[in-house]
Design a protein around this ligand. Sequence first.
Ligand code: PEP
Ligand code: MG
Length: 313
Amino acid sequence: EKAEQIAAWRGPGRTADGHEVLILANVADGVSARAGAEAPVQGVGLFRTELAFLDRSNEPTVEEQVALYREVIDAFPGQKVVIRTLDAGSDKPLKFVAHADEPNPAMGVRGNRIVQTHPEIRDKQLDALAAAAQGDGRATPWVMAPMIATVDEAREFAGQIRDRGLIPGVMVEVPSAAIMADAILAEVDFVSIGTNDLTQYTMAADRMSPDLATLTDPWQPAVLALIARVGDAGQRQGKQVGVCGEAAADPLLACVLVGLGVTSLSSAPAASAAVGLKLSGVTLEQCRAAGAAAVAAASPAAARDAARAALGE
Ligand code: PEP
Ligand code: MG
């Protein structure tokens, strides 16, 4: 699309025939949240809390955490804010978490699995999130856990979040969670698909490896088939299914995702206008056709071609 058209797009997100799609921002702290609020987004789809603590050698106190979470919540007054609990470990080790020396950190104690070794760190974070949500008409934050692999993990997390008066969800970024999407969605109020890790784990290809870019492509039909499975489950249960990985920043792929049942797209704020503009020019029916054609393709290149053809390009 033309640069001026992209710059002029102000939202809200919807297809040409009026099907609403929330366009949301990925943020890392108060500064990036306030900057993100300038973009044409309707809230935050992923606040990566661990990024705010990467340089800390001591665990932040509950008071420090409350202040940080409030900065982000208050940058989007009355809007949806999805906060992710610490995704420490693997590519994002935190100095104050005594990570064990593991041979395969990407498949080790990371994300929500921290409850196995340091339950007090997650407890404190959840208490801080509950405290941050208090006060003068703040909208209730949506809180989700990273690296959920089982229904039991989703149930345990949802209980902790509901006990604190917050809205529980989980990320779908491990293939087992996509396969079990129906049972997991029954435990939570929403899910958000992390396509970066879902692609890494589905394709058994390190997301950091420059040699494996063909495999770490969210257009891989195997990845799209898992997303379709989650989208179907969300539609059956009437629950929101977001995407918050890099895939949500690709305008063509955004159409495919919406066609597969995804209800919100969260990306770097700079990508939001191009995605919103693209969706405004296609119908939900076209998106569904693009989604079905992409899932049925045999390769990422064929999936892209099939999606373009279905959208009349
Ligand atoms: C993802 O895995 O797609 C995701 C959004 O989480 P992160 O990139 O922080 O691992
Ligand atoms: Mg991830």
